[in-house]
Design a protein around this ligand. Sequence first.
Ligand code: ARG
Ligand code: ZN
Length: 875
Amino acid sequence: QTIYRSDYTPPSYLVDTVELGFDLDPARTVVASRLTMRRNPDSAQREIELHGEDIDLVALRLNGRLLEPRDYAVNGNLLTIPNAPEEATLEIETVCVPEQNTTLSGLYTSNGNFFTQCEAEGFRRITYFPDRPDVMAKYTVMLRADKARYPVLLSNGNLLEEGDIGDGRHYAKWEDPFKKPSYLFALVAAQLVCQEETFRLADGRDALLQVWVEEGNLDKTDYAMQSLKHSIRWDEERYGLELDLDRFMIVATSDFNMGAMENKGLNIFNTKFVLANPRVATDIDFQGIEAVVAHEYFHNWTGNRVTCRDWFQLSLKEGLTVFRDQEFTADMIGTDTGRAVTRIDQVRTLRQAQFPEDAGPMAHPVRPDSFVEINNFYTVTVYEKGAEVVRMYQTLLGRDGFRKGMDLYFERHDEQAVTCDDFRQAMADAGGRDFSQFERWYSQAGTPTLRFETRYDKAAQTYALTLFQGCAPTPGQDSKLPFHIPVAVGLLDREGRDMPLTVDGKDMGTTAVLELLEAEQTFVFSGVTETPVPSVLRDFSAPVILQGGYTDADLLHLFNHDSDPVNRWEAGQRLAMGRLLKLTGEVAADGKLNLDDTFIEAMRKMLVDESLDPAFREQALMLPSETMIAEQLGEVDPMAVHLARQFMRANIGASLRSELLAQYDANQTPGPYSPDAASAGKRGLKNLALAYLNAAPDADTIALAARQCADAGNMTDRAAALGALIHARAPQAESELARFYDEFQGEALVVDKWFAMQASAPTTDIARVRELMRHPAFNLRNPNRARSLVANYCMNNAVQFHAPNGSGYLFWAEHVILLDGLNPQVAARLARAMDRWRRYTPALQVHMKTALQQVAGQQRLSNDVREVVTKALAN
Ligand code: ARG
Ligand code: ZN
């Protein structure tokens, strides 16, 4: 059942054209398909191979002849036609039942409307087809449906014609002028309305842009439209890539497994990443919309025009497109600190989610070698670590060099299905560089560790920096070879200023990008006039764990002065982490906790430094999460971690009370709400201050939160204030939660927030969660809703989930099993809550193992969930 990358063979037949006819009916949709195919000269195989899943085959014709069951073989999901001629026209008729499709893969209904999701292997749930990304064809699509119920009929590309066909039905015919793999096919048949406008492209053409939503949501489409226009402009300017269609559509659906999907010309989105206005969406929501709209748009070139040969190459499009959307977000803010703040966010995501994945049972290389279920590999490793890998090319080649590499990549591979090696080769050739060792970033799993030692020679005025790298074993990979690691380094003098850097007689400015190729390598800076404090891994130049090497004094120096904002932030995180680990130990030992003044003073200084952007100060004052602390421990007691971190938060809240109150006042954003970075940064710092104040709550801090809750003119401030009340265990928390629900019960995305807030509150125990499960608004079938309550409780509420009696784990097992019967993809994501089970205290491990075994012991289990629990139990 395991599929291996090394088993790749080219498709036996190529498909030139696909004509699809849909008679859409929720209970019985008939799909007719005509494929023109020809034997692939690059394949030795003779049979036609088609995939099909959960569909009924009505008729199959080959070059006009109706095939009898003996003319072909069906083996599981594979239909094979032997002895097929060189050129073949296949006509296939199948039936599917969209209203019963709870997997949300293939053709399904949501609020009565039709949508599709074909990546990775959903097209085979619509019709029989060689459903693999290296089969690229031109599509023409005819949609027929009831006109009153489904007035809007959309598919990829351009609308050729539309009209009535009697019986209250109508049709629309669409044609996509570009070859594409089947995973990019999409259709929508729905009752929707759109915001639209024409947009002038760089070459003077006009494109029609549309954002389609349910009636009643037209007041929430502005930001998505604006983000789309910014994205189009940015790709033209930064990469010279233009929209290649006359029309570009975004459609929102409330039932969606992931964030969004880049179907050619017809992006389908989770409503969460489209709908926003100040009343219902937070600053984070606005940011998410901008990033995801950009991401899907950028896929039009990195993913669609140039696609993946096979699914092991997923990071070819995802890592690259995440990198592109990250750069877009940074450019949109436009300031150096703004850019650094986005970078800090990325580092935080890596540490919070990717490093644990890389150290756990599901660890896999950016380009995996094998999988059971490809849907399990839409991971932070493939996406976010993949983006880091792409970023390293840019760090090594420079921005212009990277752009040359991109140009060469498109010149070579436009309209092809290619591999990560092809991308690496384009970068190497364009830059005249040898990137053979760099390949290990694609093939080796695990997070490399980096360590450094220094030696200052006063007489010689040299400063030697020795870098050491290593990487722990991961499942299936016992030993690793050295990576090619760009290590950006600066040296601070005692005033905190950057020293000019010279290595091997070469002037390297104030930040040198050292290339570490060996397990151990020494770099010697010359002309160093005093003992410096090194700032290593500036801008987080590689996705590695930088270990030790710093004294507290060094860290304070960097925290106060580093010109690189990312390392400045990093120094603060290290100061905090050291203390959080000590406090966690103290909780376990005798419960007597102590926090030094030095740390509080450093935080105070940062908090009140008005020369720094509020957004940066917010980042610098935010503590490492409980998950990050747990990753540093050999054995995790989640309660001890929680208490230690809460102690530090309360201590900051109490010690810096007057400064926090002052910042709370100073960072108000009166006037109409705007989601821009400067305003959002102020709100972020203000609301962090409110949270700290309420980590050591008293009547005044609670009154402050209550007032903000009552007066808030936007969802950012409203949700933050309500959160502060809940976490302070304020008496009015319950009534404010009730008021919140009353006010927003008509807004599904806000109701998700309402569930999520409660699910992740340390005050919410298992009884309360089970009660919320019975709330009339709860619905396990809707992924956003299931995630808001079930996944948040299991993955975002450590103290409750890890209750010593194992009740959280039983709840987990129960819902993984329930969800698996409905939607394996959502179930498998939830299953990953147990990834790190071997790291917990022995008492917890016993309960966790029992729960894992309970799931693994189910007779009927999807490949998705089975892969996750089997790997967890094995590793
Ligand atoms: N390609 C999409 C994106 O990156 C993700 C869709 C994946 N969906 C899935 N069911 N595996 O935005
Ligand atoms: Zn993507």
